[in-house]
Design a binder for this molecule. Sequence first.
Ligand SMILES: [Zn+2]
Length: 144
Amino acid sequence: MTIVLASLVAIGVIAFILSVRAKDLPQPEPVSPFHHLDERKAAIYENLRDLQFEYRVGKLSDQDYQQTKLDLQRELAAVMAEIDRVKAEIAAGKIPAPAPAPELVKTAAARAPAKFICPSCKAEFAQPLKFCGECGKPMKAAQA
Ligand SMILES: [Zn+2]
């Protein structure tokens, strides 16, 4: 019985350490200019959910509930307005649009490989060749 309890505590401690470590890891750079606003919006929604839950289980008075809900809704409206403002600035070209993820850039480059065209028969090759694989003529002047 004690061994079971001890191992349960150990598992709990390990899980706690792991979760703390994960939180300590540096966050990657936000890819979107309103990424942090989206996060704030999500946090407010979560607070609203928690608030409703606490009110339902009777932890909050009517007045506290209404007041906190009003504050959160006001904060949410401000965040939404800020998101709209940032989006409008992107549309107006004042802020560069979010950069595409590096994976997307790589895929785009792979989709358009460099082309080497035979000056004699116009055959296309993905890699530079000394002689054309189609007509056999020299491809010294390989062009991209
Ligand atoms: Zn050729």
